[in-house]
Design a protein around this ligand. Structure first.
Ligand code: 28F
Length: 698
């Protein structure tokens, strides 16, 4: 068997080296998957998926299915070669078992059968296994099905042949361990967007995602390969892009006005680095840059992005000079000029990959820079020669950006001279805190005057400052820096932050190390939050990068059971707290919505429901009196009294804050274009599809 594998696929079981048990993984899970929170949990899926995807990248698979099953289980299937199950002569165990139960170096990923390595890939499966209560692998290969099961990383029995097959591939089913993860809640949207991105990165790969987690019928899966064939009536998504990054750029620009028709695209390998780039300009001032190294998204860019920018700036300048768009006396376009309105995607694949810093956010490998600069630079020059209409439109767009930059600078200089920000008088609306140590200080950005009122009363004034903002602040989407400065709302915010803006931006002057966005749980609140995140993303990115921005998580409901008060921060929590009373509540709650809805002023208006004081006939003898239950739904912070607000949302000891990551901001930025852009139908469908999530009545 080993011989046969080696001949056909270039691999035998003997290729695995360096073995180590899985105890360290269970001891320090964070070291292997980053965290034991939601990110780490989803990481388990990505690890198993990555192995399937690597099979696809090697050209051995073109179909992957990821299924959420009932009971917190996840099932991943590919139609690759199947993990080898033959017994290793020396270790006397199969390659499959070694892969699943040891922290190995992963022979497969050291450059033999795969041109490109994903760094840690291949150690992933055993890590997932270690952190799962139960795992099962089924391998379809050479006409036979082999199966092995594991509990918390330990095999239950040796690999066993359990049947015959015509199919080839690997099926892994795992159930994350609640001893490791506090909470197991898979996020459908997160899974879909991650896997969509992966589909763009591997041309021709079909990815099917199925949410069967709430499927109530019987599922007998032992003899099933792809569950897609069962045609269950459950949510599912399929991704397949034969355009690669062209499809990605097209997706990002779908609701935008392109400046030129053709998407510039290149895919080529030089010096052992494979480079893929696509871009297209749209009628906008912001830019979207998506960078990937070995299929991992790099939020902070890195050497490949540097190479791309250098080539872009140089080649556009060259073209503009050669074709007399720029006169001899004109200065060159800057890197910022050529970036305005640009949507670009860069993907590099390297044998050995280095990241800067702890996370994989920034690529450090130096060879990527030269490779991208060369491959993309040449392709861009050729693209402009061959597509003069596109080239002209691009250069004209860049000229516009250059003019706007100069005009904006002049305007900003004059605004600054006039002292718009320089006086640095803190805005009157700001209720500042007493401390002037930024590390201890927090700024709550709240929506409207009523929320401003209660939060000013409820806060700890030593360390907590409040800045109330008016409803719709300003459409920053199409406004420029200078226009934006004119808005009093934004001016207040910028002055309160203390960091300045544009050229005078200085992060060290930040006056609060926690900036907490506390908007209401409705459409307007979502809007303002998206707007603020977009504003930070586009003009104060360093403040997000520094981890200074947070989103408050006010409760959605206050539940009183007799004297006992609980707050529910999500629908799920509400249901969990209410237990069996829920059906009754649902009905009454509905009524409030339409007729009894508490007014904003009466923060204490409560709704009595489920009161069992007038006992119905049959229930009288069943139980002792059930406590009186009341449910209050908060539509905004303004509905809470100062004590409630402090207890639930502001008190550092009991509140929940969500730290904003760059990815959150990118999402908001993208959502923002939809919300603020000109495409009305896109806006409508965005609001509708997000309505439930945001808990709003659309
Ligand atoms: C659902 C998750 O894990 N798919 C995988 C393969 C295929 C090979 C492989 C994997 C063998 C000796 C390491 C097959 N034949 N899906 C997956 N498909 N791993 S993981 O090989 C691992 C190496 O050392 C495979 C020939 N070569 C490789």
């Amino acid at each position: 068997m080993a011989k046969k594998d080696e001949k056909i696929d270039g691999y035998g079981a003997e290729d695995i080296v360096v073995l180590e048990g899985l105890e360290p993984v269970r001891k320090r899970p964070g070291m292997y998957i980053g965290s034991t929170g939601p990110e780490g949990l989803h990481h388990l899926i990505w690890e198993i998926f990555d192995n399937s995807r690597d099979e696809a990248m090697g050209g051995f698979a073109n179909h992957i299915e990821v299924v959420l099953l009932p009971g917190n289980r996840v099932r991943v299937v590919d139609n690759g070669r199947g993990i080898p199950t033959d017994i290793h002569a020396k270790t006397k165990v199969s390659a499959l078992e070694t892969i699943m139960t040891t922290l190995h170096a992963g022979g497969k990923f050291e450059g033999k059968s795969y041109k490109v390595s994903g760094g840690l890939h291949g150690v992933g499966a055993s890590v997932v296994n270690a952190l799962s209560v139960h795992t099962e692998v089924r391998v379809h290969r050479d006409g036979a099905v082999h199966m092995q099961q594991y509990e918390r990383g330990k095999r239950v029995a040796p690999v066993k042949k359990v049947g015959t097959t015509k199919f080839r591939g690997t099926i892994v089913t795992f159930e994350p361990d609640l001893e490791i993860f506090k909470e197991i809640n898979f996020n459908w949207n997160q899974i879909v967007s991650h896997l969509r991105q992966q589909a763009y990165l591997v041309k021709g790969l079909q990815i099917v995602i199925i949410d069967a987690s709430k499927y109530e019928g019987k599922l007998k899966l032992d003899d099933i390969v792809f569950m897609q064939d069962l045609e269950l009536e459950v949510p599912s998504m399929t991704f397949y892009f034969d355009g690669g990054l062209v499809s990605l750029v097209r997706f990002y620009n779908q609701h935008q006005k392109p400046v030129h028709k053709n998407i510039c695209y290149v895919e080529k390998e030089v010096d052992d680095v494979s480079v893929e780039v696509a871009f297209q300009y749209i009628d906008d001032i912001s830019s979207r840059e998506l960078a990937f190294a070995n299929n991992t998204y790099n939020a902070e860019g890195g050497t490949h992005v540097t190479g791309f920018r250098t080539a872009l700036t140089r080649r556009i300048n060259d073209y503009a000079r050669k074709n007399n768009f720029l006169k001899e006396s004109d200065e060159n376009f800057t890197a910022d000029d050529v970036r305005e309105g640009l949507t670009s995607a860069i993907s590099v694949k390297l044998r050995e990959i280095q990241f800067e810093g702890q996370t994989k956010g920034k690529l450090g490998s130096v060879e990527a820079r030269g490779a991208v600069e060369k491959v993309f630079g040449e392709a861009l020059a050729l693209f402009m020669e061959e597509n003069p209409d596109d080239a002209r439109a691009i250069v004209n767009k860049v000229i516009l950006a250059l003019r706007a930059r100069k005009a904006a600078k002049a305007a900003k200089d004059s605004v600054l001279r006039k002292g718009a920000l320089e006086g640095l008088t803190l805005p009157g609306k700001l209720a500042d805190c007493q401390s002037n140590k930024a590390e201890d200080s927090e700024l709550f950005i709240v929506e409207g005057d009523s929320a401003g009122g209660s939060s000013k009363q409820g806060r700890d004034r030593r360390t907590q400052a409040i800045l109330p903002l008016k409803g719709k602040i300003l459409n920053v989407e199409r406004a420029r820096l200078d226009r934006m400065l004119e808005s009093n709302e934004i001016k207040s915010l910028v002055i309160a932050l203390g960091v300045g803006i544009g050229d005078v931006f200085d992060l060290s002057k930040l006056r609060y190390h926690k900036i907490i966005i506390a908007t209401d749980a409705d459409v307007d609140g979502a809007h303002i939050r998206a707007l603020l995140l977009t504003l930070f993303y586009r003009y104060f990115k360093a403040v997000i990068d520094g981890g200074f921005i947070y989103i408050a998580q006010p409760p959605l409901y206050k539940i009183k059971r007799g004297k006992e008060v609980t707050y529910a921060y999500s629908e799920e929590e509400k249901i969990a707290f209410l237990g069996k009373d829920v059906s009754l509540l649902e009905v009454v709650e509905e009524e409030v919505e339409s007729s009894l809805r508490p007014s904003r002023e009466s923060a204490d208006s409560k709704l009595k429901v489920g009161s069992k004081e007038e006992e119905p006939e049959e229930e009288a003898d069943t139980k002792k009196r059930a406590p009186k239950i009341s449910l209050q739904r908060y539509k905004g912070l303004g509905e809470m009294n100062p004590e409630e607000l402090w207890e639930t949302t502001m008190d550092p000891k009991s509140r929940i804050l969500k730290q904003v990551t760059i990815e959150d901001a990118v999402d908001a930025d993208k959502a923002f274009d939809v919300l603020m852009g000109e495409d009305v139908s896109a806006r409508k469908s965005f609001i509708q599809s997000n309505a439930k999530m945001a808990n709003i009545d659309a």
